[in-house]
Structure formats: C-alpha cells, structure tokens
Design a binder for this molecule. Structure first.
Ligand code: NAD
Length: 267
C-alpha cells in the first residue's frame, strides 16, 4: 500500500474526469490535495468534501486559469505557502477538432497554453523544491496523441508531443536528485487512449449522429477505429497508475511515456 501521508499533491483540472480520479487515488493514500480547475463554488465544495472523505487530511481549492501564466505563478506561490507540491499532476486539458486549415487561431493558442505551456510554468516553479526535499513526482497527463497523430487534432497533437518532450528534458535534469530511500524526483507522462470523460463527448456525439443518435454505437465506432481492446478506460484506472508512480518504489522509472490505450500505439 502506497503511503503518501505528509505529502502534498497539486492536481490541475481535478474538479472532474481523470484529474478528479487521480486526486481521489492520491487522497486515498493520505496525501493533502491542492485542487484546481474551472468550476463553480458548489462543485469545488463537493470535490473537496469527496477528497477528505477518501482520506486526504486536507483538500483545498487553488484558483488558477491555466491559460494565464501570471495566474499560474500566483497559484504556485499559494500552493508553496500551503506546503508543496511534492507531487505535481499536470492533468488539465482541452480539445477542439477541425481540419488544420479550418482550425481557429484562438483554439491553437488556447490548447497550446493549457495542454503544454501550463506544465512548463508549474514544473518550473515546483521542481527545485522537489530536488531540495529529495522526493518529487511529476505526472503529466499526455495522451496517445503524444505518441501518434490523428487528423483534425493539430494543436492537441502538437501540445501532447511537446509535453512528452518537456517531460523527458525535466526527467534528465532531475534524475540524480534524492536517493532510493527518499524516492528521488521522477517525471513521466501517462498516455491514455479513449477514457470516458467530458472531453470526448463531442466526438462521441459526432459518431453517434452517424448511427441515428445511438451513443453506444458511437463509442463502439470510435473504439473500432483505433483502440484494439474495444474497451474504454475508466478514469479510476488512470488514477491507480498515477498513484503507483508516486510510490518510492518507482524511483527509477523516469522519462517514460506510458500508454494506457488498449493497444492503440502497439499497432
Ligand atoms: P475533462 O474535460 O473532464 O477535464 C478537463 C479538466 O481540465 C477539467 O477539470 C477542467 O476544469 C480543466 N481545465 C480546462 N481548462 C482549464 C483552464 N484554463 N484552467 C484550469 N483548468 C482547466 O477531460 P479529461 O478527459 O478528464 O481530461 C484530463 C486530461 O486527460 C487532459 O489533459 C486530456 O487531454 C487527457 N486525455 C483524456 C483522454 C480521454 O479520452 N478522456 C485521452 C487522452 C488524454
């Protein structure tokens, strides 16, 4: 059983979806959770309550719109004053699908900001403290689209490939920090395939429309095209792997981009 008592984790975009599932896994191991994401007061309150019930000694919301580097800097200062982070999960992400020539310029800027640049800003602020403490975990939620491309996703694929590259650089720079006993400082990407959250709903709806609005047929269609297992992932499964990466036993697993994709990238 991984014990994260005494550790503080910042999970961006943890008000729903994969981020919430990761936050719940870390909370279950006793970590304090710094929650972030775009949500109203009621949702934020509910999420913090869930995390405390799961086992987090403290769960607090930290405002930060990840499109804005000044906002991120303020958020990182507030989290540092709260005591952390020992664990940084860059999970927040957005998507917009369109052919390259029709992709709105504003979507390119927003997707690159949230899915890539935000991770640079949070890691830049958090990693020196991890090195000083001899323990740190950066878990970046990339995607199969950090490893292979699909059409109509130019900014998303560019950002996720960039996130994999950024993570490898940081893994090298911090590889010799800490010790086996302290757990070291590692940086890895998780690369999910189709996972049932809000971000893929527009793509499910587009496929369902080809099958008379049948949602299950829409999902089956998406899976048949790319994901050989023909099963979606549950966000909790991504959370379980993120938790394992945070255990000191994973001190030598760094610089990796780990697919959780039912065989998508094995093809
Ligand atoms: P989601 O839409 O449910 O969650 C996205 C999260 O990002 C939300 O909590 C939202 O509040 C947050 N967010 C968006 N813009 C933000 C901003 N400007 N500032 C702060 N927070 C912001 O989707 P999800 O599937 O849980 O996505 C989580 C991550 O997983 C993303 O990086 C996504 O690219 C990645 N991913 C998802 C899938 C999938 O199939 N669901 C597959 C591969 C990768």
């Amino acid at each position: 059983m991984t014990d994260l008592s005494g550790k503080t984790a910042l999970v961006t975009g943890s008000v729903q979806g994969i981020g919430l599932a990761i936050a719940r896994a870390l909370a279950g191991a006793g970590a304090r959770i710094a929650v972030n994401g775009l949500a109203g007061d009621v949702q934020i309150h509910e999420v913090c309550e869930i995390l405390r019930a799961d086992g987090a000694p403290q769960a607090e919301f930290f405002h930060g719109d990840l499109r804005n580097p000044d906002d991120i800097e303020r958020m990182m200062q507030a989290v540092a004053a709260w005591g952390g982070p020992d664990i940084l999960v860059n999970n927040a992400g957005i998507q917009h699908t369109a052919p390259l020539a029709e992709m709105p310029r504003a979507q390119w800027d927003a997707i690159l900001s949230v899915n890539l640049s935000a991770a640079f800003h949070t890691m830049r602020a958090a990693m020196p403290g991890m090195a000083a403490r001899g323990y740190g975990r950066v878990v970046n939620i990339a995607s199969v689209h950090g490893l292979v491309a699909s059409k109509d996703k130019a900014p998303y694929v560019a950002a996720k490939f960039g996130l994999v590259g950024l993570s490898r650089v940081a893994a090298l720079e911090y590889a010799d920090k800490g010790s086996r006993a302290s757990g070291g400082v590692t940086v890895n990407c998780l690369c999910p395939g189709w996972t049932e959250t809000a971000i893929i709903e527009p793509q499910i709806a587009a496929r369902a429309a080809l099958h008379g609005g049948d949602r299950d047929m829409g999902i089956a269609d998406l899976l048949a095209e790319k994901q050989p297992s023909r099963r979606t992932s549950d966000p909790a499964e991504i959370g379980a792997l993120a938790l394992w990466l945070c255990d000191p036993v994973a001190h030598n697993l760094t610089g990796a981009a780990i697919p959780i994709d039912g065989g998508w990238t094995a093809q």
